[in-house]
Design a protein. Structure first.
Length: 207
């Protein structure tokens, strides 16, 4: 995928429904860190970056042309540019004490390269905050028993979710890219049936 791709079209600068349960948890993590800068990897229309700029200046990239155009128009105080998560972003933007990437990894054909680029963007001692829809035994069982699998794993969404992550598989992905001290939160509904999970992964000072 290139920076000119627009498989995810945006029409507005508003937050989406998933941010109702993601954003409070992300803001709590960010505010506790008191970072000097934040990078939003796969920032979409910039709506989350706009919320987080109360804590520190935010830069970000997204592959969607429509998303970047909307972000630049609605939030000119942010530095949002078109690029791919597979690009050598650290070479262009440097490293950051906090890098967020919300609901991105489930859309990617090559999550290992994404995780490597994410790791490169985080400065030593910094953290990455990664969210993705949660999948675990009890939630998957509930989906099956309620006949909700077709709706949940829909194949009729252009682009859509192509990888489905558990805590174990996401931990493995981030660990293999070099992250350590990876902790997880589950948000939206009760933990066993959570809508999404948030990984907070640290890059060691010696990296």
């Amino acid at each position: 995928m290139t920076a000119n791709s627009d498989c995810y079209h945006y029409d507005t600068s508003g937050l989406s429904c998933v941010h109702e349960y993601l954003l409070p948890a992300v803001e709590k993590i960010v505010s506790a860190r008191k970072p000097q800068r934040i990078f939003d990897l796969g920032c979409g229309n910039g709506s989350v970056a706009n919320k987080l700029c109360r804590y520190a200046p935010v830069s970000g990239i997204d592959i969607s042309r429509s998303a970047v155009q909307i972000a630049n128009h609605a939030f000119p105080h942010l530095n949002i540019e078109a690029a791919s998560v597979y690009d050598d972003l650290a070479a262009t933007y440097g490293r950051y004490p906090v890098v967020i990437s919300l609901e991105v990894v489930e859309h990617l054909y090559d999550p290992r390269t994404y995780a490597d680029r994410l790791f490169d963007l985080v400065e030593p001692g910094g953290i990455a905050i990664v969210s993705t829809p949660y999948h675990g035994y009890w939630k998957n069982l509930a989906l099956a028993l309620t006949g909700s699998l077709d709706a949940h794993f829909t194949a009729l969404w252009d682009g859509g979710h192509i990888k489905f992550w558990s805590i174990n598989t996401l931990r493995t992905l981030l660990s293999k890219s070099g992250f350590s001290h990876i902790e997880f939160l589950r948000v939206g509904r009760i933990p066993l049936l959570a809508k999404s999970m948030i990984a907070v992964a640290k890059k060691s000072n010696g990296t």
